[in-house]
Design a binder for this molecule. Structure first.
Ligand SMILES: [Zn+2]
Length: 70
């Protein structure tokens, strides 16, 4: 069951010989082909959040340092 491929759209279990999902009709992608696309998108979004967090922390730190130096 763990080695069975599931449809990425409707999660129906797919047979290896199937070229498309018999339930919803989307083309079947192997895990190897589908995984890089998912991993390529998430680091970019992650970098955006990291830089936003760093920028916010830096701004707060600068304000605290400025107020403490008065
Ligand atoms: Zn499907």
């Amino acid at each position: 069951m763990g080695s069975m491929t599931s449809c990425w759209a409707c999660e129906t279990e797919l047979r290896p010989e199937w070229k498309f999902c018999v339930h919803c009709g989307v083309p079947v992608e192997t895990e190897a082909a589908a995984t890089p696309r998912v991993r390529a998108a998430s680091p970019l979004a992650l970098f955006g959040w990291i830089f936003a967090g760093i920028g916010l922390a830096l701004a707060i730190a600068l304000v605290v340092i400025f107020l403490a130096s008065q």
